[in-house]
Design a protein around this ligand. Structure first.
Ligand code: IPM
Ligand code: SF4
Length: 422
């Protein structure tokens, strides 16, 4: 019986020949991720199950990202309790301050997710893991605690939806623009709720791992269960030095059934921006040319990767951030930070007047490093722009790609990087 890649992953990890959408399955879990913000609660739940030892100390991945370095005493104390509980359970892979990064970046870059397997995390953007052909899923602390105890979790097999992406990427247009375009196209109409979104087609084949991570990452903001891209040569190259585990090129059958199929030709897709307060209210950059803003932010699990800073450095080299703009850049992990330093991108960006901070979630959820105050207008490459998301309820957040943020920050107003004067 023909199956989609997500159905195949659900089947193979629940010991079944095949599964169908709607079926409940009890599956093996490759890795469970938890982080500083919810991790202590998660371990408390785990203890309440009467358990002391996690199912596999190498496969419960603990990351400090939302709260490091602690911005205040409350979070410093929370971090101390978190560190204590991770220590008590003798977890092998603890990415604490000094080795830190945003959990989803860590999970993929450190080889903790594998094509054809299922990894879950106590954070909504665990969908990111679909970039390497894994089923990545956000779950609550109770389900995470059960998985930490048993190495298993239950799922309702989702219906699959195919996004067939064709055409050639225009210069400076990024996967983020496609994500925002889909967000606007679907208008949160409920059609993608709890669906498995599969991205395929020539424009995906040519997309690097950073773009694939961006695309899968934001599927949760579309209401989907997961986002996934079948592993290919790009995946293989990416995973080469990151995992020694065996995996195979799992893919959907040609005659697999999809609940919906969307064809998108990106030849005409330009830089795209989500208006403040509503992620699905997206417009082409042309509509906002000249709009003023005073804060620029690039980082997060959506756009804090090496390729993002590389593109920004190309645009900003030898130029200066406009005097009315404060720009904060936060690499998604220590590895990204180091690679960006070595490649000279950080130097270029600092010379241009950007402030670069230590890897963390930073101001994305309004916790630290550049939170928004009353009256701020932020041009951000993050993933959420609801009122109050980055701090003040009296701030406005426009969401876009790193190249739009780069060109616009030089100009001091929203600008199209395709027509930017280099
Ligand atoms: C704190 C955490 C539970 C939350 C999430 O899961 O999304 C955060 O990462 C966010 O982006 O708002
Ligand atoms: S970077 Fe933002 S969206 Fe991603 S996990 Fe952190 S707070 Fe959540």
């Amino acid at each position: 019986m023909a199956m989609t890649i997500t159905e195949k992953i659900m089947a193979r990890n629940s010991g079944k020949e095949h599964v169908v959408p709607g079926q409940l399955v009890w599956t093996d879990i490759h890795t469970v991720m938890t982080m500083d913000y919810l991790g202590k609660t998660c371990f408390d739940k785990f203890r309440s199950l009467g358990k002391e030892e996690v199912f596999d100390k190498d496969r419960v991945i603990c990351v400090s990202d939302h709260l490091v370095p602690p911005p205040n005493q409350k979070f410093a104390t929370m971090l101390n309790e978190w560190r204590e509980v991770v220590k008590q359970h003798d977890i092998t892979n603890f990415y604490d301050l000094g080795r830190q990064g945003i959990a989803h970046q860590i999970m993929v870059e450190q080889g903790h997710v594998l094509p054809g397997t299922i990894s879950i995390g106590t954070d909504s953007h665990a969908n990111t893991y679909g970039a390497v052909g894994a089923m990545g899923n956000a779950i609550g602390v109770t389900d995470a605690a059960v998985a930490m105890a048993t190495g298993k979790a239950w799922f309702r097999v989702p219906e699959s939806v195919k996004f067939n992406i064709t055409g050639k990427w225009q210069p400076w247009v990024m996967a983020k623009d496609l994500s925002l375009h889909i967000m606007g196209m679907m208008h949160w109409n409920g059609h993608l709720l709890y669906k498995a979104l599969e991205f395929t087609g020539p424009a995906i084949d040519s997309l690097g791992m950073a773009g694939r991570m961006t695309l899968c990452n934001m599927t949760v903001d579309l209401g989907a269960k997961n986002g996934i891209i079948a592993p290919d040569k790009i995946t293989e190259r990416y995973l080469r030095n990151r995992t020694t585990d065996a995996w195979d090129f799992i893919a959907s059958d040609e005659d697999a059934h999809y609940d919906q199929v969307y064809d998108i030709d990106i030849s005409d897709l330009g830089p795209t921006i989500a208006m403040p307060g509503k992620l699905d209210d997206t417009v082409p950059v042309e509509k906002l040319i000249g709009t003023k803003f005073n804060k620029a932010f690039v980082g997060t699990c959506t756009n804090g990767r090496l390729e993002d800073f590389a593109a920004m450095a190309e645009i900003m080299k030898g130029k200066q951030v406009h005097r009315d703009v404060n720009m904060i850049l936060v690499p998604a992990s220590q590895t990204v930070y180091l690679e960006a330093l070595r490649a000279g991108y950080i130097e270029t960006l600092i010379m241009a007047g950007a402030a670069v901070d230590t890897p963390s979630c930073a101001a994305c959820a309004g916790i630290h490093t550049g939170v928004a105050g009353d009256g701020d207008i932020v041009l951000s490459a993050g993933n959420r722009n609801m009122t109050g998301r980055m701090g003040s309820k009296k701030a406005e957040i426009y969401l876009t790609s790193p190249t739009v943020v780069a060109a616009s920050s030089i100009k001091g107003e929203i600008t199209d990087p395709r027509t930017f004067d280099f």
